[in-house]
Write a protein that binds this ligand. Structure first.
Ligand code: NDP
Length: 249
């Protein structure tokens, strides 16, 4: 594929992310607390997570081992792999969702989304990257890597606090407290957004920016829906808490 065609595909895919963001203002992705009947066959929630996220891990791994990437591109691949090793193999084992299901259609749409996003990012890092060692001293690398690890830390800590709200075997919901939960309902989503913002800044390329758009398109509506759900479900839910951006949204 020529770089012009690649760039056009990338822009088209970014356009679909914006349409998805608009669609998700009207449709609640039916998994986790928002699951409901009528979305066709279901599979185990844990297996759903493994299947949804595996393409992101294996596609980047494939491009990483089969191409001759510069050290900077290799670093980007490794950061992606670390995140998706956790999301695919560790997170599904840790979550306490015994007996819970997820619609197969959600799994398949996430597989599609991950195939394209990982495919575009992997293809770019294998075929079009022109990074040099000078990139390591650029402002966007230094700020980007801080944001990547800062966001990953917020995401991990928040997911850990949420998972810990249930004792083994429990499946209900409680009001999360402490850490950034004092300011927003979904610091895990906030952290993930910051993390991929950092990645896009380090990479400064079309597919990484497009992936950030897709992450925002999925996570902002999901956090807004979680926030509304908390307020509807718990009378005592803290009034001052926002959904995903402290003090703002
Ligand atoms: P949630 O916050 O909905 O859930 C995380 C886990 O904690 C689930 O196991 C959930 O159980 C449990 N949980 C959440 N809130 C409570 C509560 N109040 N009481 C008890 N248990 C609770 O996260 P998501 O499912 O939306 O996402 C999971 C991870 O995946 C996050 O880190 C997110 O950032 C990431 N993600 C990334 C996307 C991307 O586009 N890059 C898209 C979607 C998610 P249950 O499932 O039963 O609700």
């Amino acid at each position: 594929m020529s770089s012009e065609t690649f760039f056009q595909v990338c822009q088209f895919w970014a356009g679909i992310a914006i349409l998805t963001f608009i669609l998700l203002q009207f449709v609640k992705a039916p998994y986790g607390r928002h699951i409901k009947k009528g979305w066709g066959p279901e599979i185990s929630n844990k297996w759903g997570w493994i299947l949804m996220e595996a393409p992101s891990f294996f596609i980047i791994l494939y491009f990483f081992v089969s191409s001759d990437q510069s050290s900077y591109a290799s670093l980007l691949s490794l950061l992606w792999l670390i995140h998706y090793a956790n999301r695919t193999f560790i997170f599904p084992v840790r979550i306490r969702t015994k007996g819970k299901k997820m619609p197969l259609v959600i799994v398949l749409s996430a597989v599609f989304f991950n195939l394209i996003n990982a495919g575009l990012n992997g293809y770019f890092l294998a075929h079009f990257e022109t990074y040099t060692t000078a990139n390591y001293t650029s402002w966007n690398f230094l700020v980007g890597i801080l944001l990547f690890f800062g966001g990953a830390w917020i995401n991990q800590k928040s997911d850990t606090l949420l998972i810990g709200l249930r004792k083994p075997g429990e499946v209900g919901y409680k009001i999360p407290k402490g850490f950034l939960f004092n300011y927003i309902s979904c610091p895990n989503h906030f952290g993930e957004l910051i993390q991929w913002g950092g990645f896009a800044l380090m990479a400064l390329n079309c597919p990484a920016t497009t992936f950030l758009l897709w992450t925002a398109a999925n996570l902002i509506p999901r956090a807004m829906n979680h926030h509304k759900w908390y307020k509807k479900t718990f009378d005592e839910y803290p009034e001052s808490r926002k959904a995903i951006i402290p003090g703002v949204l």
